[in-house]
Design a protein around this ligand. Structure first.
Ligand code: HEC
Length: 138
C-alpha cells in the first residue's frame, strides 16, 4: 500500500463514519419528543424532579439505569408498585424511613412533594427507552 492510498483510506473512512455518526445523532434527537412526551411535563412532574434533585435520591437509586446501585431502580417503580403502592412507600418513608435491612432515610416529604414525586415517576415510566434497563421483578 502506498502512502497516498493509506491516507485516502484514513480520510475517507473518517468522513464516512462521521457522516453516519451525525445522521444517527440527528435521528436520535428527532425521536425524543415522541419518546419522552414533553407535553406531559406538568407543574407537578417538574416539582417532583426538583424534590428528587433536592434530596439527591440518585445517590442511592438509579433512574433508567443511571445513578447508584444501593437501592432499587425507580424508572419503573409505578409499573412494579402501582401508583398507590408508590405513594404508600413515600408516605411511610416521609414519617419513619423505609425498608428493613437496607434502609431509606426519612426525608420529611410534604404532601406536595409526594404527589410531585409520584407524578414524576409516572412520567418517567412512560418514557420509551426500548425497555432499558431490563429489570423485571419476580
Ligand atoms: C441513603 C439511600 C437512599 C436515598 C438517598 C433514597 N432512598 Fe429510596 N430507598 C432506599 C432503599 C435502601 C430502599 C429499599 C428498601 C427496602 O425495600 O427494604 C428504597 C426504596 C425506595 C422506594 C421503593 C422502591 C421499590 O421498588 O420498592 C421508593 C419509591 C424510593 N425509595 C424513593 C426514594 C426517593 C423519592 C428518594 C429521594 C427523596 C429516595 N428514595 C432516596 C434508599 C435510599
Amino acid at each position: 500500500m502506498t502512502r497516498d492510498s493509506a491516507r485516502n483510506i484514513f480520510v475517507g473512512g473518517t468522513l464516512v463514519v462521521s457522516v453516519i455518526f451525525l445522521v444517527m445523532t440527528y435521528l436520535s434527537h428527532a425521536s425524543y419528543p415522541e419518546r419522552t412526551h414533553p407535553e406531559n411535563l406538568t407543574e407537578e412532574v417538574v416539582w417532583g424532579k426538583h424534590v428528587w434533585e433536592k434530596h439527591a435520591c440518585i445517590n442511592c437509586h438509579t433512574l433508567l439505569g443511571e445513578g447508584a446501585y444501593y437501592a432499587p431502580e425507580l424508572g419503573n417503580v409505578i409499573a412494579r408498585r402501582g401508583v398507590e403502592g408508590t405513594r404508600f412507600i413515600l408516605e411511610t418513608s416521609a414519617k419513619q424511613g423505609w425498608g428493613q435491612t437496607r434502609k431509606m432515610p426519612q426525608f420529611d416529604l410534604s404532601e406536595k412533594d409526594i404527589t410531585g414525586l409520584v407524578e414524576f415517576f409516572i412520567w418517567m415510566g412512560n418514557v420509551d427507552t426500548n425497555n432499558w434497563p431490563p429489570n423485571i421483578e419476580g
